[in-house]
Design a protein around this ligand. Sequence first.
Ligand SMILES: NC(=O)NCCC(=O)O
Length: 383
Amino acid sequence: MAGGLESGEAGLERHIPPEDLAEVKRILYGGEARKLNLPAAALSEAQERHFELQGYGFEAAPEQLRRPRVVRVGLVQNKIPLPTVTAVAVQVAALHRRIEAIVEVAAMCGVNIVCFQEAWTMPFAFCTREKLPWTEFAESAEDGPTTKFCQELAKKHNMVVISPILERDDIHGGTLWNTAVVISNSGAVLGKSRKNHIPRVGDFNESTYYMEGNTGHPVFQTQYGTIAVNICYGRHHPLNWFMYSMNGAEIIFNPSATIGTLSESLWPIEARNAAIANHCFTCPINRVGTEYYKNAFTSGDGGKAHHDLGHFYGSSYVAAPDGSRTPGLSRTQDGLLVVEMDLNLCRQVSDKWNFKMTGRYEMYAEKLTEAVQPYFVPNIIKE
Ligand SMILES: NC(=O)NCCC(=O)O
């Protein structure tokens, strides 16, 4: 349910007495995030184009030997602009136009790396279990029309673009994957990262469509920092975040599609905890709106057949390695969140808390190797 609440933060601002608000935010959010001074032209374009624009910044302490490594990321959340019965090519074109308009504003705000929501070129139709027309939205990650479109955006705006799509892998028998394509600011395709964990919960029937990813935990060395993409349900797997971090990711994006009744109470916790545990920035992004399907589907739970998966609650935010976070974008509106961060904060927090240094990885590696064997005997001490 969307309910009447625009965002959790709006609720706090409305109901917490002004004299307590700063302390409440310190306890809940690790402090009041610094507001970015975004260009007036960008704010008015966002208003004109009907999306929310918010900007925040995270600082690091000055160092003697390293210059600040300041980067601006842009997180985009959006509704599907057309009904799901519209012709596939028309829906894709409308989404391209919508994203193009938002990315133009991101460029005005000096964004260096932009990330879109999971499967951004299509409705999140995996709940239906119907193959057509949904599999027709799948494209080549290397040279499909959406990748070409994003390459143009990247070159035009000198921006790294993370484009999560439904991938059709023609060199492997047309296999489908849920894939984030990472495009350098030069316009070159740097590579791709496939979704490792596929949900088996509620109406998220994604295993009907595509396979568990086989690209591991790649990180991408960009001009602006070392980045990785942990797609949606991978958010619930601490070891998945950890593996990207082990490969050196300083920013881990988490393009998602998830609904209020299922996960809204988990949303503020999981990515934020991953930022703390791995001394990195995390950027969870969720789509917005309710998407309706012509044919009703059931949840296999004896309940009534229905035409929608539920309300995608947006609320995209950024969490920093020191545990602080930005407010979330709206629960109901399209939005662009611009966040400036000094990546030096990652090592500074690591040197303070030493989670990487104190992690007993060799002990876990040895025991995990045993635990995944079929005849593993758990270490339980009995009387
Ligand atoms: N897209 C996706 O994996 N959704 C599953 C639900 C969730 O992870 O909250």
